[in-house]
Ligand binder design. Structure first.
Ligand SMILES: Cc1ncc(COP(=O)(O)O)c(C=O)c1O
Length: 445
């Protein structure tokens, strides 16, 4: 299995190359030949050369397009990338429209800043989403959680060790590699030397025992988790915070799927855990709350008291990153964010989340009835299916070809995801129903 992961990475790299070799006209060929042979005197960043293949989701898109090229009449349903599909509800949309309209008036016009976000939005985030557990001054509004993870890495620099859940959202590993925190990819293991991979599997309920893993400076935990769809319990998070505090690690908690939590007593924020303000940063996003994946709005909470080993407040350095390399989230979009946090907006968000959770329920039921072991989908928009050791990329290809349904192979999230398939509930209802009908035939045991 380990060898097959190495082969997968090599196949990905070579398939990316062969994809570039498209038929071109003589003129274009001459241009592309010239540009292919010309080089500058600039050395490539050696850390980028370490990155394996392409980023997962473009690779899935490439395979889907390759299938469509061969089968132009295919009717593909995507249960793949976790992108929202439902339109933005009316009260939230009105916030965006009013935000844009205000820019056309003398009184409503605004330009740059503040880089940390507009005060009313920081206040509403603190009040509505954190019940006052954090102070507005600890909230940094941004253009999304993915971008904030890269900025957090910028702040930490190359000299830290990072620990990730295996499997996990690929951005934590790839940005660690880009920053130079790792050595090369160990092709046999499918893991980078220098990163601590914390195993998440069926036996440990897909939550790692951080205390049993080697110490890392920065520990990335995502709950509800992408790709497993499992939300961490209070006890698991208490244990994680305790370990991070004892070891002097910083916990980066990704709560991008928090609004999907419906189980009572499952924490939606790491700051619900005592002591977290001494060791944790939280990244979060409006993407999945309100269908803002294309609108772009997120935030990061950096507690005032969180400090580096020399006593420097982490917030001071994160503020430096934000003020230097970010110029504030769009003022239009921040108006949309404020509308999300109005009473009406919150009701609309609840309805949207209910819709996607019902989709997840349909997917869960289908695969449970087919006799698979199914995880997630109750507090998250993803369900994770055990393939009983079967290759996840082979299953992905089989389903694409036989059912014309796009899924995501678990191996794309790290070697620990091999043998699993991730399905996304971000699909219009008729798409889920039709996909399930097709999958009942293809995945029948
Ligand atoms: C765990 C996780 N964090 C962050 C993001 C990205 O969030 P944003 O759209 O705010 O960049 C995603 C997107 O799928 C995700 O799965």
């Amino acid at each position: 299995m380990k060898l097959s992961i190495a082969v997968l990475f090599m196949t990905l790299a070579s398939s990316v190359n062969s994809f570039n070799m498209v038929q071109t006209s003589p003129v274009r060929q001459a241009t592309s030949l010239a540009s292919a042979t010309a080089t500058t005197g600039v050395k490539r960043n050696k850390n980028f050369a370490k990155l394996a293949g392409g980023y997962l989701f473009p690779e899935i898109g490439r395979r889907r397009n390759a299938y469509l090229e061969k089968n132009p009449d295919a009717n593909i349903i995507s249960l793949g990338i976790g992108d929202t599909t439902q339109p933005i509800p009316s009260a939230i949309l009105k916030g965006l429209v009013d935000g844009a309209a205000a820019l056309g008036t003398k009184e409503g016009y605004s330009g740059y800043g503040a880089e940390q976000g507009k005060a009313p939005l920081r206040e509403r985030i603190s009040e509505v989403l954190y019940n006052g557990l954090i102070d507005p001054s600890e909230v940094f509004v941004s253009d999304g959680a993915k971008c904030d993870i890269q900025r957090i890495q910028n702040m930490f620099g190359p000299d830290v060790t990072s620990a990730v859940q295996d499997p996990s959202y690929p951005v934590y590993v790839d940005t660690s590699v880009m920053m130079g925190q790792t050595q090369e990819l160990d092709e046999g293991k499918g893991q980078y030397d220098g990163i601590v991979y914390m195993e998440c599997n069926e036996e440990n309920g897909f939550f790692p025992d951080v205390a049993a893993s080697p110490r890392a400076d920065v520990v990335y935990i995502c709950s509800p988790n992408n790709p497993t769809g499992v939300a961490a319990t209070r006890a698991q998070l208490e244990q994680t915070v305790k370990t991070c505090k004892e070891r002097g690690s910083i916990l980066v908690f990704d709560a991008a799927y928090a609004p999907f939590i419906r189980s009572p007593d499952v924490p939606k924020s790491i700051f619900e855990i005592e002591g977290a303000k001494d060791c944790a940063i939280e990244v979060n996003s409006f993407s999945k709350y309100a269908g803002f994946t294309g609108v772009r709005l997120g935030w990061t909470v950096v507690p005032e008291g969180l400090k580096f080993s020399d006593g420097t407040p982490v917030r001071q350095d994160f503020n430096r990153v934000m003020t230097t390399s970010f110029n504030g989230a769009s003022n239009i979009v921040q108006a949309g964010g404020l509308a999300c946090l109005s009473d009406e907006g919150m009701k609309e968000i609840d309805n949207l989340i209910d819709y996607y959770l019902e989709n997840a329920g349909i997917l869960r039921k289908t695969f449970t009835e087919l006799g698979y072991r199914v995880y997630g989908g109750t507090d998250a928009p993803y369900i994770f299916i055990s393939l009983d050791g079967k290759s996840s990329w082979d299953t992905f290809s089989e389903i694409l070809e036989k059912a014309e349904v796009v899924t995501i192979p678990g191996a794309g999230f790290g070697p620990g995801g091999e043998g699993f398939l991730r399905l996304s509930a971000f699909v219009p209802r008729e798409g889920v129903i039709e996909a399930c009908e097709r999958l009942k035939k293809t995945m029948k045991r």
